[in-house]
Design a binder for this molecule. Structure first.
Ligand code: MSP
Length: 668
């Protein structure tokens, strides 16, 4: 390990009395985002996550399951580790509090603070909440003897034992002074104010041991006591730096740059107890401590963070993979994007599968996937697949710069949703630029210089977007860059690349467009439980919604329907037709109304191709239609057949006979 101070980011260590879900998945994702973002900015980074295993509630969960405690926690720790790997979280270390390195650090902290007088013995009489792993005094508790935490309300246990206390009361003023002198320390601001109010109420010394019931880290030289799980757990951040034995590693990591978590463990534990413990040890405090709100499911709302009903993130990815037929790593990216984009970071967000899937369709299938693909497709069609000479549009340049600045501010404030919104703003803007500048019309009119300029700007904007989305969607970023023909597509991009337009080299060959995010046809809740992990091959997509005729299917080739007999196929009357007239359909952005000559008759056909074709360019073209499809009315117009088109990530590319054939010819 180099001795340069790394950007060191941590998740809370998760209790292993339950499975991972999108709540714990979110905090871990935020850390992964920060790690990747700072690495792209040239920092050496270190990302720590892990599991909190010495809690009484873990021991009790093991007892309930009838399994030996260590075996039980080991199984769940592995489940967390593999879930985070499957979500492509690039953690550098995974600490388990049953590991010797952690036990060693915790016992050393205990020894030092006992020696310095910061820990002293006393009688503790009061209440303990196993679910929250928190002590409560008589004065905190009402007659109902339920946990005073509104989100918990579980029955409390009476505790009377000789314990060690930590002299927390001695650190109130120093903590307040530190908070005041370092406004960045506790984030967001309104939560910092909660901490200040909490400290100003007066801090009481905290009980930091419990009677040894066979689970937990023993107090050095006093095996009848174990160290209170929160006192033990917080030390993981220090233990993972190699403290107290590995000076070099410690120096390269400590102090942590960001401790990330949700609000319920912020005020008492991470913003008060932990900094006071570090002050008592004479060690520097973390640079920033940030708490986001919760994902709550509508069913689990009353249960607070123990949110029954929140899905496992890997299962969500499998669901998306199945519904959309997306590649597994891109389905994982989609979940990563949706978790960050749908979260209101400084508050709580209610989880809804349906709104996730809807946003998948709008942001990823329609906007991002479409921009990436149509840009590369047009460079293929109009410029022979080569990046033209650099001529980025200054208006787009200014728009992109403003969005990048907003993105950077948002990340500094841990508003990951706003950062991604800034990235997607560029995408939406470029889709508008394309509609407005209509490269297909420029091509038709032979305005080749203008066409090259527009497409160069589009390519560059896609490149910048590939940089901005990389911390959230690393696989998508790579795929976009590979489509742009970038030689270093497999590597994570450098942040500076987002700061200027004009980097793509003329003559670079773009790839053939590769569909990234096929649309999900059915956003209704899943009918059956999804498989636990995404499999590498796209699974069949079930389609329940009918689409307008001529709307391209987004089904991947491998996800097609079951085989049919030749007789079934023979029922289709496929014919070549000549386009006679084309008109837009009022109030339908995607539809065109085609009048086609079928040799013996003229028909009206509606086709969802307005985004790819201008009415003019279709006139006189030969196309292929399904001639015996039952007529169907859309927007008050009867469509008497369906045009056939290839689907390239939601864009329709019409099929045409290779040479001139008479209209009405049968297609077999
Ligand atoms: N073991 C302690 C933390 C010790 S850190 C030294 C603990 N564990 S926990 O398993 O309950 O995890 C709590 C953390 O998981 C939250 O602070 C948050 O980071 C994440 N989340 C758990 N449920 C969540 C939601 N429903 N929504 C958002 N984050 C959630 O507390």
């Amino acid at each position: 390990m180099s001795s340069e101070k790394r950007y060191y980011v941590t998740t809370p260590i998760y209790y292993v009395n339950g499975r991972p879900h999108i709540g714990s998945g979110l905090t871990t994702l935020c850390c992964d985002f920060l790690k990747r973002y700072h690495a792209m900015r040239g920092r050496e980074t270190w990302f720590l996550t892990g599991t909190d295993e010495n809690a009484t509630k873990n021991q009790e969960a093991a007892q309930e399951a009838g399994v030996e405690a260590l075996e039980f926690v080991t199984g769940l720790a592995e489940e967390f580790r593999s879930a985070w790997r499957a979500m492509n979280y690039a953690f550098d270390d995974f600490i388990r509090t049953t590991e010797p390195r952690h036990v060693r650090a915790v016992q050393e902290v205990f020894r030092r603070l006992r020696d310095s007088g910061d820990l002293y013995r006393g009688m503790y009489e009061g209440w303990y909440c196993v679910s929250d792993e928190t002590f409560f005094r008589d004065t905190d508790v009402k007659e109902d003897r339920l946990c005073p935490n509104d989100e918990c309300r579980k029955p409390l246990r009476r505790v009377q034992e000789e314990n060690y206390f930590f002299r927390l009361s001695a650190y109130g003023d120093r903590l307040l002074a530190h908070i005041e002198a370092n406004p960045e320390f506790l984030q967001p601001d309104f939560r910092r104010n909660e901490v200040i109010a909490f400290i100003k109420q007066g801090l009481r010394d905290a009980s930091v041991t419990r009677a040894n019931n066979g689970w937990g880290i023993p107090v050095p030289d006093e095996p009848d006591k174990v160290i209170y799980v929160w006192f033990d757990a917080l030390i993981n951040y220090l233990a993972a730096t190699g403290w107290p034995d590995d000076e070099e590693m410690y120096r390269s990591l400590w102090p942590a740059d960001a401790h990330m978590m949700a609000k319920e463990i912020f005020v008492r534990f991470h913003a008060t107890l932990w900094p006071a413990m570090l002050m008592a040890l004479g060690l520097p405090l973390p640079r920033q401590v940030y708490a986001h709100g919760w994902w709550v499911s509508s069913e689990g709302k009353k249960e607070g963070k123990r949110t029954g009903g929140l899905p496992h993130p890997v299962e969500m990815a499998a669901d998306i993979q199945q519904r959309a037929g997306a590649a597994s790593e891109l389905a994982v990216d989609a979940v990563r994007y949706l978790l960050l984009r749908e979260m209101v970071f400084h508050g709580d967000s209610e989880f809804s599968r349906e709104s996730f899937l809807r946003r998948y369709n709008t942001d990823l299938a329609n906007d991002l996937g479409n921009l990436g693909n149509r840009t590369v497709a047009m460079v293929g069609r109009y410029l022979g697949g080569e990046v033209p000479r650099p001529a980025p549009d200054p208006e787009v340049g200014a728009f992109v710069r403003a969005a990048v600045e907003d993105y950077e501010v948002a990340v500094r404030e841990f508003r990951f949703n706003a950062a991604l919104e800034a990235a997607m703003r560029i995408v939406a803007h470029m889709n508008k630029v394309i509609e407005h500048r209509a490269p297909w019309a420029l091509a038709k009119q032979g305005r080749t210089e203008e066409l090259a300029d527009v497409l160069y700007t589009c390519l560059e904007a896609v490149r910048v977007v590939s940089v901005l989305i990389a911390p959230a969607m690393p696989a998508t970023s790579q795929a976009l860059r590979a489509n742009l023909g970038m030689a270093d597509a497999a590597e994570s991009p450098a942040w500076d690349e987002a700061l200027q337009l004009g980097l793509l080299q003329p003559g670079t060959r773009v790839a053939s467009p590769r569909p990234l995010f096929p649309r999900i046809q059915d956003v209704a809740p899943a009918q059956s439980a999804p498989s636990p992990a995404p499999s590498p091959a796209p699974a069949a997509v079930e389609k329940r919604e009918e689409k307008p005729m001529g709307t391209p299917s987004t089904e991947p080739v491998s996800a097609g329907p079951a085989t049919i007999t030749f007789d079934d196929f023979a029922k289709l009357d496929l014919r070549v037709a000549r386009v006679v007239e084309v008109e837009p359909v009022p109030n339908a952005t995607k539809l065109l109304k085609l009048t086609v000559d079928l040799g013996t008759e003229t028909r009206t056909i509606l086709a969802g191709i307005a985004e790819m074709y201008q009415p003019d360019e279709l006139k006189d073209k030969l196309i292929v239609v399904v001639a015996n499809l039952q007529p169907r009315k859309m927007r008050g117009i009867e469509s008497q057949g369906m045009l056939l088109a290839a689907d390239v990530d939601g864009q329709a590319i019409i099929l045409q006979p290779e040479t001139q054939v008479p209209p009405g010819s049968r297609v077999r």
